[in-house]
Design a protein around this ligand. Structure first.
Ligand code: UT7
Length: 349
């Protein structure tokens, strides 16, 4: 059973840089608050009409495919992770297949928010191990800037997120001991509503202890998307930040140690930890808890904010481009977010 390896990696971020001070034209906030609580200095926002989650994914994918030394026609399966798809349906996978003129290969969309890329990688890894596919394109991309509440009301969420995309090509490895050693996936739906975008959706308040919208069965169209939802800002994501933070700093170290232990390693053996870029304070907590040196953890949230499903491949790509991830290195990828879902992958590069 061959392990899978990352044969090519690419990233794309939009040109437009939005600083913390730039956000002040929309909301009451300040650079010091954002930097102190999150570490973020700036983020990128996609072009309003010319860029989408898919087009950014396509740009990252082109680089990953070229670096793998293959062409889009060699890809035999696509896994695309995002929470901000171009359309409610169909997913971004087929749009990317069309844009890159690929063969009529399978395209799977993953909706696991911050851990989406790791779930996608894990699925692709199983297909490679089973021998079913030889060149799988795994993409994480987000265009958050289109769907956030930029008024003061939404500032606890909107200052955190940024746009971008990352992609990898997964292939069977030919080298003994090299590749994705294991992946670890978890969920706890007990807190599904504390980091969520409820609408539009089929829930009609079913899960809500406190309904988020007035529900009148007589007005069927109103249950999915209504003027009420627009007026009450219920088409934006909701986040109880402090509760997410408390859970994240427990689950991040747990799932990293799980991956290391499974393969007979300890944190000291790690060459590089690439945590999902949710908040610099979360990464620092994790680093402290695992007693890792600064050179064992890579962070770039300062430049890009939280790009959700794109954050792990963007960070991994930057670390690799800077020469911080080299052949033979032990690399751990880890993520935690909405769901809650969390995950890790341990890779011998
Ligand atoms: O990747 C997805 C997973 N998400 C996460 O991992 C996020 C985890 N949580 C966090 O990163 C943090 O909870 C936040 C960065 C979201 C918030 O930081 P916090 O230290 O937990 O602040 P808070 O929500 O407790 O708010 C503290 C104060 C409040 O004011 P009062 O009530 O104390 O007067 C907020 O209204 O900060 C205020 N505030 C802001 N002030 C300036 C909230 N957002 C802002 C803002 N600018 N953008």
């Amino acid at each position: 059973m061959p392990l899978s390896k990352i044969a090519g990696i690419g990233m794309y971020v939009p040109e437009k840089v939005v600083t913390n001070d730039d956000l002040k034209q929309f909301m009451e906030t300040d650079d010091a608050w954002i930097q102190e609580r999150t570490g973020i200095k700036e983020r990128r926002f996609a072009h309003r009409t010319e860029e989408t989650t898919t087009t950014m994914g396509v740009e990252a994918a082109k680089i990953a495919i070229e670096r793998a030394g293959i062409t889009p026609q060699d890809i035999d399966f696509i896994v695309f992770a995002t929470l901000s798809p171009d359309y409610y349906f169909p997913g971004c996978g087929v749009l990317l297949q069309r844009a890159l003129k690929m063969k009529e290969v399978g395209a799977l969309d993953v909706r696991n928010q911050c851990s989406g890329f790791l779930y996608a990688l894990s699925v692709a890894d199983q297909f490679i191990r089973s021998g079913m596919y030889q060149n799988i394109l795994v993409v994480g991309a987000e265009k958050h800037s289109m769907g956030l509440d930029f008024s003061t009301r939404g500032r606890n969420v909107s200052v955190i997120f940024g746009d971008g995309a990352g992609a990898v090509v997964l292939q069977p490895t030919t080298k003994e001991g090299q590749g994705v050693l294991s992946t670890h996936l978890h969920s706890d739906g007990g807190s599904a509503e504390i980091l969520a975008q409820y609408n539009p959706g089929s829930h009609a308040n079913h899960w809500m202890e406190q309904p988020v919208a007035d529900f009148d069965e007589a007005v069927i169209g109103e249950t999915f998307m209504s003027h009420h939802m627009i007026d009450k800002a219920q088409l934006f994501p909701f986040m109880d930040g402090p509760s997410v933070f408390k859970k994240a700093i427990v689950k991040f170290p747990e799932v990293i140690v799980e991956a290391l232990t499974k393969n007979g390693y300890s944190p000291a053996d790690l060459n590089m930890l690439i945590p999902h870029q949710a908040n610099l304070r979360i990464s620092q907590f994790v680093q402290q808890k695992l007693q890792l040196r600064d050179d064992q953890v890579f962070n770039n949230i300062m430049k890009y904010g939280n790009t959700t499903a794109a954050s792990v491949p963007i960070a991994l790509c930057e670390a690799w481009e800077k020469g911080l991830v080299k052949e033979g290195d032990l690399v751990c990828l880890a993520a935690f977010g909405s769901g809650f879902t969390w995950a890790s992958a341990l890779i011998k590069w």
